[in-house]
Design a protein. Structure first.
Length: 580
């Protein structure tokens, strides 16, 4: 049960709405009773928002209505008053041009939902890629006690005796279809068999990368990120989230008390050991910015040089999230990484991270590896390689652990495309001037250029090269790449082409040199020639003159700064809304 008023660390915020004896307080109580509630059900009880990204356009979140009911059970059991608030779903599969365009929209919506209503604490329901950072960015800025309840990954997939992971094998078999090694009937059969259940991608894509990171940062119940969506334990975890948030309100346990720099560095450790998505390099920086914590790409790259991939999960390994759960999940992985963690960090449990994982046991040392026996040795590649050079002076990233090792040191001729549409129209032309050593470049796919930085970065391999057995090439873009994908793909090149970054100056035929070990990416073009190209460059026209997309283009920061809005980063205090 919730603590009596005398034991709370601060008065309930919702009392500003419900406790006053004036006409406004009367109206708030009156209208709440209009919904069939007794006065005793909401008066002097912590009001808990269940911010729900459920949507019938989001297969990853389609079960979150049921999850919300489990959260409500926990809230009621603990003496709170639960209220469900719908929020933008940002489901990765259906939203065009990209959910990244709407991550900041969800962050704004979450912050304003919590601030404008009589809310004391929040349970955040999400999981699909951008919903995790979006919900948490908003909750961090709102400053109320909050706990994250992940949607959970889908069940394992299998096709004709081969374990298949969402996204990873979609890309793999699409290339095989284009190469002619499987036929249209095979492709159609695969379509209905790979994704067998509700939940987020069952590979170490962006969804499980981000939920694993926030789990390690202490924002979820311990190990919550590993529980499959269809497991009965998932609903029990959701109920516990509802119960725990009521206590967090009484304790005044806010994100600001949890999200220290050390907590973010614990998240970074998990990120690297999981073999996580390159997208996390953007989201982590954005979340840290909201929390007022200094975190940069260099911090991430430094961790990547120390911590190898230890989770044997697609696309760097060969298992799926359900296997990871049965092996012991995130807590078992963190227990093997104790020497790299800051164990004294506070978590939503009210205990430290070290206390949360003290009794964790690994049940399968092949799935969850010790750092001394990694899935990918650091000498072969890491979760994140940070590159700089005259092609990307502010940085670009790649998941070198999921690339063909022979391509990590490479020089080749550039083949440049100005738009995704141009690339798709030309890439399978049998007369395309391209070979296996070519470096394919797509520009104008960044946060301003697209806008929204779509997942175009896993550039297709030309059909004529697929037919010759080529399955990886060096590819460069200022766009992003799906965390489920693999290959020698360099993404987030900054500054992006649309704002005049060097990617705008490269031309087909220029030599491009990649040296991943040295952290370098350069175009071998004379500086005088580059200056002449710079002088002649004009920014591309944009059709976005109105709507949210126009706001986005005007205020979004570049990838190394997290692609947040320039007016939302930081910890500036926003006053409470006046009660009229």
């Amino acid at each position: 049960m919730s603590n009596p008023p005398s034991d709370r660390k601060r008065p309930l915020r919702s009392a500003r709405w419900f406790a006053s004896g004036d006409m406004r307080g009367f109206a708030h109580r009156q209208r709440t009773q209009q919904m069939g509630l007794r006065r005793e059900e909401f008066m002097d009880r912590p009001v808990i928002a269940i911010v729900n990204t459920w949507s019938e356009m989001s297969p990853c979140h389609i079960h979150l209505r049921d999850v919300a009911e489990a959260v409500k059970r926990g809230v009621l059991r603990a003496g709170g008053y639960p209220v469900e608030l719908p929020a933008l779903s940002v489901g990765e599969v259906m939203v065009k041009p990209t959910t990244m365009l709407y991550r900041n929209f969800l962050a704004m919506e979450t912050e304003e939902l919590l601030r404008s209503h009589p809310i004391d604490g929040a349970v955040l329901l999400g999981g699909c890629d951008k919903s995790t950072p979006g919900l948490l960015m908003g909750a961090i800025s709102a400053g109320l006690p909050a706990i994250y309840c992940p949607a959970g990954p889908m069940a394992n997939g299998q096709w004709r005796g081969t374990k298949t992971g969402a996204g990873t094998h979609t890309k793999k078999y699409w290339d095989e279809l284009r190469a002619g090694t499987i036929g249209p009937a095979d492709w159609l059969d695969l379509e209905s068999r790979m994704t067998r259940s509700i939940g987020t991608c069952n590979t170490m894509g962006t969804a499980s990368t981000m939920t694993g990171i926030v789990d390690a940062m202490g924002l979820t119940l311990p190990g919550a990120s590993s529980i499959p969506a269809i497991d009965s334990g998932h609903r029990r975890m959701a109920s516990l989230c509802g119960e725990r948030i009521v206590a967090m309100v009484d304790e005044d346990l806010t994100p600001a008390k949890i999200l220290t720099r050390d907590a973010f560095l614990n998240g970074v450790v998990a990120y690297m050991a999981l073999g996580g998505s390159t997208n996390a390099a953007i989201h982590l920086v954005a979340m840290a910015g909201r929390a007022g914590v200094d975190l940069s790409l260099d911090d991430l790259a430094a961790a990547a040089r120390r911590i190898p991939v230890c989770a044997n999960l697609f696309p760097s390994g060969n298992a799926l999230m359900e296997d990871f759960f049965f092996a012991g999940g995130l807590c078992a992985l963190l227990a093997k990484l104790r020497d790299h963690l800051r164990p004294d960090c506070l978590t939503v449990t009210g205990r430290t991270l070290g206390e949360n994982i003290a009794d964790s046991v690994c049940h399968d040392d092949e799935i969850i590896r010790d750092p001394s026996n990694p899935v990918v040795p650091l000498a072969r590649g890491a979760t994140l390689a940070l590159l700089r050079g005259n092609l990307c002076p502010d940085g670009a990233v790649m998941k070198s652990s999921a690339a063909d090792p022979r391509l990590l040191s490479h020089t080749g001729r550039a083949l440049v495309f100005d738009s995704n549409a141009d690339m798709l129209a030309a890439i399978d032309d049998p007369d395309l001037d391209v070979d296996a050593d070519s470096v394919i470049i797509l520009r104008n796919g960044g946060p301003v250029g697209a806008p929204g930085m779509p997942e175009w970065g896993n550039l297709p391999i030309p059909k004529k090269l697929l037919a010759r057995g080529v399955r990886d090439m060096v590819r460069i873009s200022d766009a992003r790449m799906s965390g489920t994908h693999y290959g020698a793909c360099i993404v987030h090149a900054a500054p992006e082409a649309a704002v005049g970054g060097p990617l705008a100056l490269v031309r087909t035929g220029d030599l491009i040199r990649l040296d991943a070990a040295a952290g370098r990416l350069d175009m071998l073009v004379d500086e005088a020639e580059l200056q002449a190209r710079r002088t002649a460059w004009t920014p591309p026209a944009s059709p976005y003159e109105r709507s949210y997309a126009a706001l986005y283009r005007a205020h979004v920061t570049q990838a190394p700064q997290g692609c947040d809005f320039d007016f939302l980063a930081g910890t500036a205090t926003v006053p409470e809304p006046p009660i009229y």
